[in-house]
Design a protein around this ligand. Structure first.
Ligand SMILES: Cc1cc2nc3c(=O)[nH]c(=O)nc-3n(C[C@H](O)[C@H](O)[C@H](O)COP(=O)(O)OP(=O)(O)OC[C@H]3O[C@@H](n4cnc5c(N)ncnc54)[C@H](O)[C@@H]3O)c2cc1C
Length: 525
């Protein structure tokens, strides 16, 4: 990476932020032959992009709002995402139990329209279920008062591993991508943004990256970068973030291969119980938040809400003692007025129909935020379109490219994402993992020493958290077990990264993080 950086004095595109949005832009630009650099303050996908509900979906709820175009577009994106990495994104059946007379027929009708909109890209047919069928397909559902249900299809994925695969595909197209490199200043020349000064968080050295086009894709932190543009600290904020909490419990609460969807909780929200990598993910909430910490914690009432609602729809109600891990994601909700004509902004295309917003400042800084994981590619293409419109990139940026699979993606999945699978998430690279030293030395029944080595050598891992939270998802699945593995993983990291790696400090830091995932809560709202 450093060799690529030194060999290039001027880049076509500098992307700030290595989540779904930034990686999507880097990949699409690099695949069209542009010289792309991407800098990420933490690890790739360490922000919202590893903390999603893990759904690749067309947005059933937008259908109820009559937003047909948006749903059709997201269904198309869903199909592309699943096809691009079958080992990391797969169809999943969802069952909506119905406890009210006639409800399942209405829900069924809506979901048949959903199927029709997906057309040949559909993942499975919607079925209206009797009470007995619902119980059979959704073992674990609360049978009291159950009248029937509806089964429909969307998809699920491993968000962080998918992001890493995007980073590696962009690298294969010639992009240079740096984790643990934070933008601390925007470079400007004659009133135009022309690059950024970057702090390498490991060496504490700074370096400048010059580019004709700078893309701010920093999710909920997008306003921090916008404020770096000289003299414009007082501009209106693009975002009003909210947080979403997920709780992870044992598979016994919902055995089987199907997810549970409650379309209308007591306070009108949607609740999911999803089988994922051998556990059940419950979520989520939508709580406004003023601050944007890198490691947000849940408010106690959010945990109570999820447990209470899950308890209403599951035969066996989970309690706090059943929680194995919990994580929180910050939603980049766009609040900027689409007609913003303030002096600071030349273009504000609040594309509510797409749920994401692109703003290009007078100095040429392009900020993109909002949207959802599923539609990352549409967002990236919109960014390239805006770059051409503002003469930041030539028209060749609009060139179509053949859809291809991501790095390491096999033609077919060899295991379901609902189960823990030892090697399936490595796709075509499983043999490479097995060829590394200590492939037979296991840290758990599913996780080998060779996988830690692979994470460092091929997947940019630098810390215990990188390995146990995003390359292997143990912190998200079982924070207690993740804490127990901290030391052995740290010792392998020292072998791989060199004697400078401080095992003791790394283990202490990771143990503190595990406490958060085990139940640390915010005290005040
Ligand atoms: C609770 C929740 C559940 C969700 N579930 C789903 C779902 O099931 N399906 C779906 O499609 N979508 C879902 N979403 C939406 C989706 O996760 C987000 O839209 C998407 O991940 C946003 O990606 P991003 O790249 O814009 O932001 P992020 O992933 O947050 O990336 C921004 C990056 O910028 C970096 N950064 C910040 N400052 C700097 C700096 N100065 N220099 C360099 N880098 C910097 C950060 O470290 C971060 O990694 C969910 C969102 C939430 C909150």
């Amino acid at each position: 990476m450093l060799a690529r950086l030194q060999a290039t004095s001027h880049w076509d595109v500098l992307v700030i932020g290595g989540g779904a949005t930034g990686l999507g832009v880097a990949l699409e630009a690099a695949a069209r032959g542009f010289k792309v650099a991407l800098v990420e303050a933490g690890d790739f996908a360490c922000g919202t992009s590893s903390r999603s509900t893990k759904l690749v979906h067309g947005g059933v709820r937008y259908l109820a709002q009559g937003r047909i175009g948006l749903v059709r577009e997201a269904l198309q994106a869903r199909a592309q995402l699943v096809a691009s990495a079958p080992h990391l994104a797969q169809p999943l059946a969802f069952v909506m139990p119905s406890y009210r007379m006639g409800q399942r027929w209405w829900m069924g009708l809506g979901l048949k329209i959903y199927d029709a909109l997906a057309g040949t890209r559909g993942l499975g047919r919607t079925e209206i279920l009797s009470k007995e069928q619902t119980q059979l397909r959704l073992t674990g559902v609360n049978p009291q008062g159950l009248r029937g249900g509806v089964q429909y299809w969307d998809a699920q994925f491993d968000d962080a591993r998918y992001a890493l695969s995007m980073a590696r595909t962009a690298f294969a197209h010639g992009a240079a991508l740096f984790n643990y490199c934070r933008v601390i200043e925007l470079l400007q020349d004659q009133g135009r943004v022309c690059g950024a000064r970057v702090l390498d968080q490991e060496t504490q050295q700074t370096f400048a990256v010059h580019a004709r086009c700078v893309i701010n894709a920093t999710g909920v932190w997008v306003d921090d970068i916008r404020a770096m543009e000289s003299g414009l600290a007082q501009r209106p904020k693009m975002l009003a973030p909210s947080q979403g909490v997920h709780l992870v419990v044992d598979r016994r609460f919902l055995p089987g291969q199907r997810a549970l969807l409650v379309p209308n909780t007591a306070d009108g929200r949607v609740l999911f119980a999803i089988p994922w990598l051998g556990a059940i993910v419950l979520g989520t909430t939508d709580t406004p938040r003023q601050d944007t910490p890198t490691e947000p914690a849940p408010y106690p009432e959010e945990i109570d809400f999820i447990l209470r609602e899950a308890g209403r729809f599951l035969a066996s109600a989970p309690t706090r003692a059943d929680i194995r891990s919990m994580w929180v994601g910050l939603r980049p909700l766009v609040q900027i007025d689409s007609g913003d004509t303030s002096a600071n902004v030349t273009t504000a295309t609040s594309q509510l129909s797409r749920e994401h917003t692109i703003v290009v400042s007078r100095a040429g800084l392009l900020s993109v935020t909002g949207g959802k994981w599923t539609t990352y590619q549409h967002m990236a293409l919109d960014v390239l379109r805006a770059c051409v419109q503002h003469r930041l990139l030539p028209r060749s940026a609009l060139r179509a490219r053949a859809q291809s699979r991501l790095w390491g993606a096999p033609a077919f999945a060899s295991a379901s994402l609902t189960e823990v699978s030892r090697l399936a998430s490595y796709g075509d690279e499983a043999a490479l993992v097995q060829a590394l030293p200590d492939a037979d030395r296991m840290l758990t029944s599913e996780f080998s020493v060779a996988m830690v080595r692979f994470a460092v050598r091929y997947e940019f891992a630098r810390t215990i958290e990188d390995v146990l939270a995003r390359r292997y998802r143990l912190l998200f699945l079982d924070a207690h077990l993740a804490a127990q593995l901290a030391r052995p993983v740290a010792e392998i990291l020292r072998e791989e990264l060199g004697a400078g790696f401080d095992v003791q400090q790394a283990v202490q830091r990771f143990h503190l993080l595990c406490l958060r995932y085990q139940g640390g809560v915010e005290r005040h709202r």
